[in-house]
Design a protein around this ligand. Structure first.
Ligand SMILES: [Zn+2]
Length: 182
């Protein structure tokens, strides 16, 4: 048997149950940051951030049923993003919310980004993801990280912070506050 490495002691495994390589909160954080980037400086940026957060959070709902298949494929990604687009558009219309016409598209795009980054990042772990399920029944992977590894989560947090830093460098919220107050 292989000697356990230092990284093994940092395993993020929900004990006794199905293990998740990347923590759901890490996926959601990356999605939030990606969503803000999609929203840019628009009046609906925060909604884009929330949509990205949900996109990153959602795929692991298949944890107990066909994990990494049912919600970790490109077809579900496109379908769910379209549903978000439709629902947001309907909600804005019915509630007469006066955001610019392109807002639902950008919010759906933010949701898409969070979800897409989730399944791409899962694909970098040893288990991979079933990106083309149900058409192709084998997992696809770019095995950079051991499943359940500390490193994958660490890099995930780093990626989220990088996206957030890029958004902040382009849209400084404090500067805007200063303009409003000044
Ligand atoms: Zn996942």
């Amino acid at each position: 048997m292989r000697q356990p490495s230092l990284l093994d002691s940092f395993h993020f495994v929900s004990r006794g149950r199905c293990s998740r390589a990347l923590k759901r909160s890490v996926h959601a954080f990356i999605g939030f940051a990606a969503g803000l980037l999609v929203g840019g400086a628009s009046p609906y940026t925060l909604l884009c951030g929330i949509a990205g957060f949900l996109g990153g959070w959602f795929p692991d709902y298949d944890l107990r049923f066909r994990h990494r298949k049912l919600l970790h494929n490109v077809f579900m990604l496109v379908l769910s993003s379209y549903i978000v687009f439709y629902l947001v558009q309907e909600a804005f219309r019915r509630l007469r919310i006066g955001f610019p016409g392109e807002a639902p598209l950008y919010i759906a795009l933010a949701f898409f980004s969070g979800w897409a980054l989730h399944i791409l990042l899962d694909a970098t772990t040893k288990r991979g993801t079933y990106l083309l399920w149900p058409l192709y029944g084998k997992p696809l992977r770019i095995p950079i990280f051991r499943s359940s590894s500390f490193a994958a989560n660490f890099v995930g947090i780093g990626l989220g912070m990088l996206l957030l830093a890029i958004w902040l460098s382009q849209n400084n919220p404090l500067e805007k506050l200063a303009v409003i107050n000044g």
